[in-house]
Design a protein around this ligand. Structure first.
Ligand code: SF4
Length: 320
């Protein structure tokens, strides 16, 4: 049984400019212990996908539907109250983008990490604090960090505190939204090593949201590439990186600088579409060097070159 199975998930926002399909017919599967990288430019819908999975939705929702099955439970059949009690934070936790700056400045960080546990029935303060110390150790933080205030910690330490807070109730899946984007490369590498450790030692499943394909490939077993609200390609990390099937993924890979190559990194011409006025047909067609007539007319359907790889592009159905 898959840990997470998402089918035809849609999350549309009502905006002054019109309806914005931030997540559009997204389907994906995650196995237990797997790390899935969700990659794309900003505005592609990555964070909205995370919000849809956590059911932490803003007020301006125009449409929210689809099926989210977690550990065999169809979450769409759970009321908001049941989802909050059974799934959110208990089974699926999240570290929001920029969350390390939202720690309470006047409360010791150990107590902040312990708070979700202290709200559980029957958990004593001693048990909660002991659990926090175990989390600090797991995240390679010294025990004295418990008594510190947020301003006494570096950015990397605060981010690890946020991860500890997400993990304190022992969820099966943690969603990390751009967890290293505000950190320098050395601290970024430390956080990535911590995540690899958590995945290996705890068998934690990670949904890793990033704009950085190279970073995702360092941690993840599978990659899903998002563009204009859709997953346009997904598959095992090797398939997607060595045999990218979608022209957007190919372009994205060509933007990554290579240490052992003279090739100059490319850029992707044009800009992502206005999400409230999407082009007809393939959403990438105004920027695609391979676009042909059908691409401008019909939205591509997903195609599977092999069971572990899926591409949303008409090229795979044969050019006319
Ligand atoms: Fe390019 Fe057409 Fe494929 Fe879209 S469907 S990526 S426009 S070739």
């Amino acid at each position: 049984m898959a840990l997470l199975r998402v089918s035809d998930l849609r999350l549309y926002y009502a905006t002054v400019g019109g309806v914005l399909p931030a997540v559009d017919e997204v389907s994906l599967i995650m196995e237990g212990g797997e790390a899935l990288g969700v990659v794309g430019e900003s505005g592609a819908g990555k964070s909205s996908l995370a919000l849809a999975l956590m059911r932490t939705l803003p007020r301006n929702i125009a449409l929210y539907d689809g099926i989210i099955e977690f550990e065999g439970v169809d979450c769409s059949k759970l009321s908001d109250e049941e989802f909050r009690k059974r799934i959110r934070w208990q089974r699926i936790a999240m570290v929001f983008q920029g969350a390390m700056d939202s720690l309470n400045p006047v409360m010791r960080v150990g107590h902040q990490v312990a708070e979700p546990l202290l709200l559980q029935p029957g958990v004593s303060r001693e048990q909660a604090y002991a659990a926090v110390q175990r989390q600090l150790e797991l995240l390679l933080l010294p025990p004295e960090v418990f008594q510190r205030y947020p301003h006494e910690l570096s950015g990397g330490m605060r981010q690890r505190i946020m991860i500890a807070m997400a993990l304190i109730l022992s969820p099966k899946l943690v969603i990390l939204d751009e967890p290293t984007s505000a950190l320098d490369v050395i601290i970024q590498a430390q956080i990535m090593n911590v995540l690899k450790r958590l995945k290996g030692e705890l068998g934690l499943s990670i949904l890793f949201i990033t704009h950085d394909l190279a970073l995702a490939s360092d941690l993840c077993d599978a990659i899903a590439v998002m563009y204009a609200g859709e997953i346009i390609e997904q598959g095992g990390v090797e398939e997607v990186l060595t045999e990218p099937g979608h022209p957007y993924t190919q372009k994205l890979l060509a933007t990554v600088p290579r240490l052992k190559s003279e090739a100059i990194p490319e850029f992707i011409p044009g800009a992502p579409p206005d999400m409230t006025h999407l082009p007809q047909g393939c959403r990438f067609h105004p920027r695609c060097p391979h676009a042909f007539e059908r691409c401008r007319r019909e939205r591509p359907l997903p195609f599977r070159p092999n069971p572990r790889h899926q591409v949303r592009c008409w090229l795979w159905r044969g050019r006319p």
